[in-house]
Ligand binder design. Sequence first.
Ligand code: GAR
Length: 195
Amino acid sequence: KRSIVIFASGSGSNVEKIAEYFADRSDVEISLILSNNPKAGVIERARRYHIPVLLFDRTGFYQTDQVTSLLQKQGVDLIVLAGFMWLMPVPLVQAFPNRIVNIHPALLPKFGGKGMYGHFVHEAVVGAGETESGITIHFVNEQYDEGQVIFQATCPVEPTDDAEAVARKVQVLEHRHYPRVVDEVLQRLDLQYEL
Ligand code: GAR
């Protein structure tokens, strides 16, 4: 059985879509949700799907190897970031090379980097007068939003669209594609094992 863990800081709508997608799959388990935010909506959603939640703070995450060693001990196959707002610590990235994926609510390399998350991204896209936006699913390295791109999908941005309107279009793309792309990355891991 393949084991996925998901890091999330926010409402958790992508977590929910991923949980739904894998609900009837006996070969894949979402074994844990990790969050830095005890008030995050994702915690209530995790409870509904009977997925355990681990909360951690800044000190525990960056000054200790507790999270990394827990994930290593658990034999995690893939780490999925779904609205996780903190940079992954270097030792964690190095312990899981090409085993961490993130979704970003814009077309990287544009509108990425520190401070570019959630609503700020859509404000920047509208402010720049972009005619399209979209999603980027990518592997995670030591820098914000710079790892190898796995998948992108686009949506039009109309001149009348505000940030909210763009956010809604982008969210549709996220919910449609992220679970499936996570599944594909998992299948590819199997191929690597066979080589
Ligand atoms: C998603 O739009 C995701 O792309 C974004 O946070 C949102 C989380 O929504 N991630 C980032 O901005 C990461 N830099 P959710 O909690 O409803 O899944």
